[in-house]
Design a protein around this ligand. Structure first.
Ligand code: FA5
Length: 515
């Protein structure tokens, strides 16, 4: 194929000629030396030439080795097992204690003994009460050791695997080298990493254009005030840029993905007319459990589920309200309810705990705002003694909400929840019958994830009269408590809730700013 005569820029001309001068292929560093152009600019120019088919760029991924800090120390001092063997050969034999005192540090003597035995350089004989280390190879047999040879070569600087293999294969064989490389890496003396190497070669079209003689055209790379003022830019050629070329990634500062999710939850509820409230992190058991009609012998109140503080304090509620709650627990108050029976003990309500759910916060708010309408939400941290696993952590955030008004119904509750989850990007949700001591009816909300099936994200229901009556609320209260971590995990494509709190810088950098 005949190449079209093409005008090149001065630097394209320089680089193309330098490539053509090389025998077969050349690397960017060499081209940079030849042309006096820096390596990055050489590569950029080579990419332009490659686009026009004048040169070819080949990429290979090569494996390299370098010494770790420990590796460097051992190259200087010798491997512990080698020093130990020299010591044993010199003395003929030594007790384990003697060998230990030969080394300054205990860790090194342990490494030495371990490898002396694993390499079968020495054996242990028990004579009387003493354990004796006896060398079983000679210094000469040791003189050519593949580990030593490799460490010495890598000590000279970072080494490509194929150069390393070339240097020692003849003496030790490929299998021994592979074994030694993985052993030295697992002993943390060497570390390997890979790097992309690029080589550049001229193409037939490139050769042809050189033989035809290259027309060099002057190109402007930077627009100056002078060019604009005089209008001379009109008659000049501008360097073109290929915006499709791969470039260095830029990682601008951004809001943490989890924080972004919290912000969008706030926005969604605020848009639906809710007001955000806050509550105390340490609550009385009264508000966290008793006022919610949780029986005093409920398993969730046990130490293994709840973090209790060491002290108590008088219940933070008016006496009349406490009395109402007591009556409700013992016999159902003035309602047509049996309550839980037995004695309700105010000492248990005085205990202080780290709130186990944010329902304590909304209920307390409701008690001080018993007149309709109430439409509030709360986003806050709760604490439970949990066995940690991919969907359970002991500290997590909940999104709590209540609506109290004349005529609100169960359908409104389902509507609020469906709207919220849809706006959060979960079109498929379902409600399953659930149980909470404080709501009736109760539901559990689940969302559908194609690869994982249905996942439980929260609980909801209508507060029982046993809850609303003692605090003086006369209208229905829709209530829900949703796990934020699980929702965030799913919406960010994570499979483990703990990943939300790990500062994995790569993940944070890659996290999208816009969903
Ligand atoms: C409650 O906490 C109820 N208070 C919710 C409620 C409020 C029901 C108002 C009715 C009326 P539950 O224990 O199921 O319910 O927790 C609610 C959500 O918190 C769970 O669905 C889950 O998404 C999340 N969650 C619970 N435990 C953990 C945990 N250990 N780690 C992470 N998320 C959790």
């Amino acid at each position: 194929m005949k190449a079209e005569p093409k005008a090149l820029t001065a630097s394209e001309n320089n680089v193309l000629r330098a490539i053509a001068d090389e025998k077969e292929v050349c690397n960017p560093i060499r081209l940079s030396e030849e042309t006096g152009i820096n390596v990055d600019a050489v590569m950029q120019t080579a990419f332009m030439l490659a686009q026009d088919g004048l040169c070819e760029i080949k990429e290979t991924r090569e494996e390299y080795y370098r010494l770790t800090e420990e590796g460097e120390t051992y190259v200087k001092q010798g491997l512990p097992e080698k020093r130990a063997l020299a010591f044993l050969i010199d003395k003929g034999r030594a007790t384990v204690d003697e060998l230990q005192s030969f080394f300054d540090d205990d860790k090194e003597s342990k490494i030495a003994i371990n490898w002396l035995l694993r390499n079968k350089w020495s054996k242990i004989d028990k004579i009387g009460d003493e354990r004796l280390l006896i060398p079983i190879i000679t210094q000469e047999e040791l003189s050519s050791d593949v580990n030593d040879a490799i460490l010495r070569i890598v000590n000279a600087g970072e080494t490509e695997r194929k150069d390393l293999a070339e240097a020692v294969t003849k003496e030790f064989g490929a299998a021994a080298i592979n074994e030694s490389l993985s052993l030295l890496s697992s002993r943390n003396l060497l570390e390997s990493y890979s790097r992309v190497n690029r080589v550049i070669a001229i193409t037939e079209a490139g050769k042809e254009i050189i033989s035809q003689g290259i027309a060099v055209e002057d190109e402007i790379t930077q627009l100056t005030p002078e060019l604009i003022r005089t209008g001379s830019w009109r008659a000049r050629n501008f360097k073109t840029y290929d915006v499709g070329l791969a470039s260095k990634a830029v990682y601008p500062a951004k809001i943490h993905p989890y924080q972004r999710i919290l912000d969008s939850m706030r926005r969604i509820f605020t848009e639906m007319g809710f007001v955000e409230i806050k509550g105390e992190l340490a609550q009385s058991a009264f508000w966290n459990f008793d006022a919610l009609f949780v029986p005093q012998d409920h398993p969730a109140r046990e130490m293994q589920d709840t973090f209790y503080l060491a002290r108590r304090r008088p219940i933070d509620a008016p006496e009349e309200l406490i009395e109402n709650v007591k009556q409700m627990h013992e016999h159902g108050g003035s309602l047509n309810s049996t309550g839980w029976g037995g004695n309700w003990e105010s000492e248990l309500g005085e205990e202080i705990l780290l709130r186990t759910h944010t329902t304590a916060v909304t209920l307390k708010y409701l008690a001080s705002h018993p007149k309709p309408p109430v439409k509030v939400f709360c986003i806050d941290r709760v604490y439970r003694r949990e066995t940690i696993d991919p969907t359970h952590i002991p500290e997590f955030d909940q999104l709590e909400g209540i609506v109290m008004d004349k005529g609100v119904t169960f359908s409104h509750l389902l509507g609020y929840l469906a709207t919220f989850y849809n706006k959060m990007g979960f079109p498929s949700i379902r409600f399953r019958p659930g149980y909470f001591p404080y709501t009736e009816p109760s539901v559990e909300v689940e969302v559908y994830m194609p690869e994982r099936g249905w996942i439980e994200l929260g609980g909801a229901g209508i507060f029982r009269e046993e809850v609303t009556n003692p605090i003086g609320v006369q209208y229905p209260v829709l209530a829900w408590g949703l796990g934020i971590g699980r929702l965030a995990m799913l919406s960010l494509g994570l499979t483990d809730i703990r990943d939300l709190y790990r500062s994995d810088i790569d993940w944070l950098r890659r996290a999208r700013v816009v969903r």
